[in-house]
Design a protein. Structure first.
Length: 167
């Protein structure tokens, strides 16, 4: 099962000055939700991303189907919904609270205003978002190849079993 990251790290604000963090957070209110609350629904369209402040969320694809899969767990300091925020389109997974979760929501309108007022902040946020998505792509690629290796070993074992039994 995927594990949440180190809770002392806040990916989005790495390298920001205190003044930039204050500007980024100005006007935003944190929200608390409880176990089982759906924060994001797969397939929905949205123009925001969320920063988990405290707690853990599950990122789940294909909710309610036989193919349901836990994609990731995110915890304090981690972003969720950043792919849709940047690229648009339908949400690729649902996000569900695992216990109590405190989070803040960043809309495109808010981020555009903050970034437009401070080009240095805009540059840092763009690099941080790029790094977050690159790290997640790297992790997904590793998981894919691990799964592919497991599949290859399973096929090999099945073929050896077929050869040994003459089937």
């Amino acid at each position: 099962m995927p594990k949440p990251q180190d809770e002392n790290r806040v990916d989005l604000i790495l390298g920001l000055t205190e003044k930039q963090i204050v500007a980024l957070m100005d006007g935003l209110a944190s929200r608390m939700v409880h176990d089982g609350t759906v924060l994001i629904s797969e397939g929905d369209f949205g123009d925001s991303m969320l920063l988990v402040i405290e707690g853990v969320v599950q990122v789940v694809a294909r909710v309610g189907t036989p193919a349901q899969v836990l994609v990731a767990r995110r915890s304090g300091g981690q972003m969720i919904g950043e792919v849709n925020f940047v690229a648009g389109g339908p949400r690729s997974a649902s996000v569900i609270a695992e216990g109590d979760v405190l989070f803040v929501e960043f809309t495109k309108a808010h981020m555009n205003a903050v970034m437009g007022a401070d080009p240095d902040l805009a540059r840092k946020l763009a690099w941080n978002l790029a790094r977050i998505m690159a790290e997640r792509l790297r992790n997904t690629t590793t998981q894919f190849w691990d799964a592919q290796s497991t599949h290859d070993l399973t096929v090999l074992a099945f073929r050896r079993l077929q050869a040994a039994t003459g089937r």
